[in-house]
Design a protein around this ligand. Structure first.
Ligand code: UDP
Length: 240
């Protein structure tokens, strides 16, 4: 539930940028290890957790397009980048003793299972973490939208949007405006109307249409994923 109770099943969205440990390229194993420890603690507490990871630490299709590449092809590069993040997280989760399956929207049998929603649910019921890679498998979409779609398809109770370096949604960028004000809660329509940086509009409207609550919170504070799962008042809650 979103009224203080502990969630039974959640979808956790991690930005790719977090994985590089500070905006650079590639994966910082120490950061991934710390994220895996947080997720493992939540799984041990009995919550089912599925994960979608972005790929911004490798490629963003829109950025490559600006540099002259074909958009669809660069989006596929972006999707492949997310898979590397998935494998890194899988590795550290298994080192924590948590069984983990990666399912990708682009088939790559040696590396991961294909995306099979009912099988993903079975994994979750057995206490395994399921990590969804390669986004939706379609150019022009984002991993935010993937996170919303997967959350709905596996019947997650909430979409937990973990951000690195910001602890919620503000009325302006707190990195540039010291007077920026943080919201405790927001309605979907307000997020869309004001263009607030929660997720892209496709993801927000998908959540709005299906009444899926979104919690935006800071990822790298130890214990924050568990707090989010328990429904504690951290970050910004977006609902109707
Ligand atoms: N992408 C895509 N379709 C999807 C998901 C992702 O084309 O369904 C591509 C897109 O180019 C995107 C990149 O993968 O820029 C990386 O994902 P995203 O930008 O969402 O990562 P994040 O910003 O969360 O790190």
């Amino acid at each position: 539930s979103t009224d203080g109770g502990t969630h039974r099943r959640v979808l956790l969205k991690l930005s790719g940028e977090a994985f590089s440990g500070g905006g650079g390229l590639g994966v910082d194993p120490d950061v991934v290890h710390a994220i895996a420890r947080q997720i493992a603690a939540v799984v041990r507490g009995g919550t089912q957790i599925a994960v979608v990871i972005g790929g911004g630490n490798f490629f963003r299709g829109a950025q490559l397009q600006v540099r002259g590449m074909d958009r669809a092809r660069s989006d596929y590069m972006g999707m492949l980048g997310t898979v590397m993040n998935c494998l890194a997280l899988q590795d550290f989760l298994e080192k924590e003793g948590i069984e983990t399956r990666v399912q990708t929207a682009i088939t790559m049998g040696q590396v991961a299972e294909p995306y099979i929603p009912l099988r993903a649910i079975r994994h979750l019921e057995k206490g395994r973490v399921v990590i969804f890679g390669a986004g939706m498998g379609m150019p022009y979409f984002s991993t935010d939208t993937t996170a919303a779609q997967r959350a709905l398809e596996i019947h997650a109770e909430a979409l937990l949007m973990a951000k690195s370096g910001v602890d919620g949604v503000y009325d302006s960028d707190p990195k540039h405006n010291p007077d920026a004000v943080k919201f405790d809660s927001l309605e979907y329509a307000e997020v869309l109307a004001r263009g607030l940086k929660v997720a892209d509009a496709t993801a927000i409207s998908l959540c709005m249409d299906n009444k899926l609550p979104i919690l935006v919170f800071e990822l790298l504070t130890e214990g924050n994923i568990a707090r989010a799962v328990r429904g504690e008042k951290i970050g910004t809650l977006v609902n109707h």
